[in-house]
Design a binder for this molecule. Structure first.
Ligand SMILES: Cc1cc2nc3c(=O)[nH]c(=O)nc-3n(C[C@H](O)[C@H](O)[C@H](O)COP(=O)(O)O)c2cc1C
Length: 240
């Protein structure tokens, strides 16, 4: 297993180290995260660019009893078959190459966890972990100001800060996973997270100290090659 960062002294701090070693963390130690450290992480993430520097986001940082109520409410509603109620569009299920990549990382995670294809109970348990915010000690709900709801840039900007958050967390030895499952029952999150109606819920980020014994935390998801993910235009004219 690839060693995970443990403390401030031996964690990745250069940009390359952070982005090349970061991965989604879905198993956490029960230890709490000091508020001052979360503030430091958010301070870094707030350097994220945003449309015309609008900084449309508000981050709801939730722990303790309110987070436990969110976990319980999400689980109860999902098990009861309450339809999802996200506040941003999700679209149709993936197909083609996108579906292939979705299945690819799911296979990696299930293989790491030793969950067989036909093991319905453990697959269900895995899904429920997401609704419980992966039992992380902290959950950050990324929202934006409803006054900007008719601009897709607001959601784009929330993506920028979510990415900055997970990398900043990693640079301080914390682990995180951006998590759609956590906000699928948005009324529960809104109520217990005390989120005002003037904010639109976009995504949750589970945050805490990585559990080095949790097998899925070692999974390195695959990436497309630069040549496949990019189209270079006009470079032929410049020679090599
Ligand atoms: C918008 C978004 C939503 C995500 N939702 C979930 C989720 O609901 N459950 C989950 O386990 N991971 C979720 N992830 C994490 C992705 O699966 C993960 O980032 C991707 O597989 C790449 O792996 P890596 O983060 O380890 O590099 C989400 C990531 C993003 C950016």
């Amino acid at each position: 297993m690839i060693p995970l960062p443990k403390g401030a002294s031996d964690v990745a701090t250069s940009f390359d180290d952070v982005v090349l070693t970061r991965r989604s963390i879905r198993g956490f130690k029960p230890d709490s995260v000091p508020k001052a450290l979360i503030e430091e992480v958010i301070g870094l993430a707030l350097r994220a660019p945003s449309s015309m520097n609008s900084q449309p986001w508000t981050l709801y940082v939730i722990t303790g009893a309110p987070l436990d109520l969110i976990r319980a409410g999400n689980t109860e509603r999902m098990l009861a078959g309450v339809p999802e109620s996200r506040e941003i569009r999700f679209g149709k299920p993936f197909s083609g190459q996108h579906r292939e990549r979705q299945v690819g990382v799911a296979k990696q995670l299930f293989a790491a966890m030793g969950i067989e294809r036909d093991d319905k109970a453990r697959r269900q348990d895995w899904v429920l972990r997401g609704f419980r915010q992966f039992d992380a000690p902290v959950c950050i709900i990324v929202t934006f100001d409803r006054a900007l709801a008719d601009s897709d840039d607001s959601i784009f900007d929330c993506g920028a800060i979510a990415n900055a958050l997970v990398n900043a967390a990693w640079s301080r030895g914390l682990g995180a996973v951006i998590n759609s499952q956590g906000i699928m029952q948005s009324p529960v999150v809104r109520e217990h997270g005390r989120i005002g109606d003037d904010h639109v819920i976009v995504k949750s980020v589970a945050l805490g100290w990585p559990d080095e014994e949790f097998p899925a935390n070692a999974v390195i998801s695959e990436r497309r090659a630069v040549e496949e993910a990019s189209v270079f235009v006009g470079f032929d004219d410049q020679g090599e």
